[in-house]
Write a protein that binds this ligand. Sequence first.
Ligand code: SAM
Length: 203
Amino acid sequence: MSAATLFDAMFRRSAPVTVRHPNGAEHRFDPIAWCHSRAGDEALLARCAGPTLDVGCGPGRLAGALAGRGCPTLGIDISETAVRLARRRGAAALRRDVFGRVPGEGRWQHLLLADGNIGIGGDPARLLRRCRRLLAPGGRLHVEAAAPGTAGWSGAAVADDGSRLPWACVPVDDLAALAAATAMRVLDTWTEADRWFATLTAH
Ligand SMILES: C[S@@+](CC[C@H](N)C(=O)[O-])C[C@H]1O[C@@H](n2cnc3c(N)ncnc32)[C@H](O)[C@@H]1O
């Protein structure tokens, strides 16, 4: 099962899915939680003061909120169902893989990797390099990471039904090294409601 099929099934069933990495780490995906605004969202949204690409927008909680504020925003997601739900929230959304062709490459002022989306693709360095290319010069990438001290992991994780999902978990205190390895740097980190965030920019 591809990542797109797995996420699409998650959104259609509206049921949480837990994946496990061979090192014993678990990651729980909860499509219901992504639909409702959460404490911590506001500080993330407030940082998006210009054209914003919401990478892995899911049902469009953040992309829809930005669109409602008049901020030019595009959500992209590999799940057809997620894109349909995001459009229902008033977000402009396209079915796109972040590693494929994306409109406005090199022109986005802000990029969002929220709800653990730094895990997309299972190779955070590759994802950060891709995000750097999507950003305009001076643009900012806002990342939600795991709590400091969390054991990071990357690679194929496995769901109960045996589906494999390339994913990663990056604690916020690993972001500076990851950014340095991808020609980026951390401008700011903050925490709210047990959520951890950082803003990165290219060197
Ligand atoms: C953890 S959920 C994030 C939910 C979302 N941020 C929200 O506010 O609801 C991960 C999302 O990333 C999408 N995704 C996974 N791999 C992707 C890829 N390569 N390109 C674009 N989206 C991807 C999934 O379909 C899923 O909707």
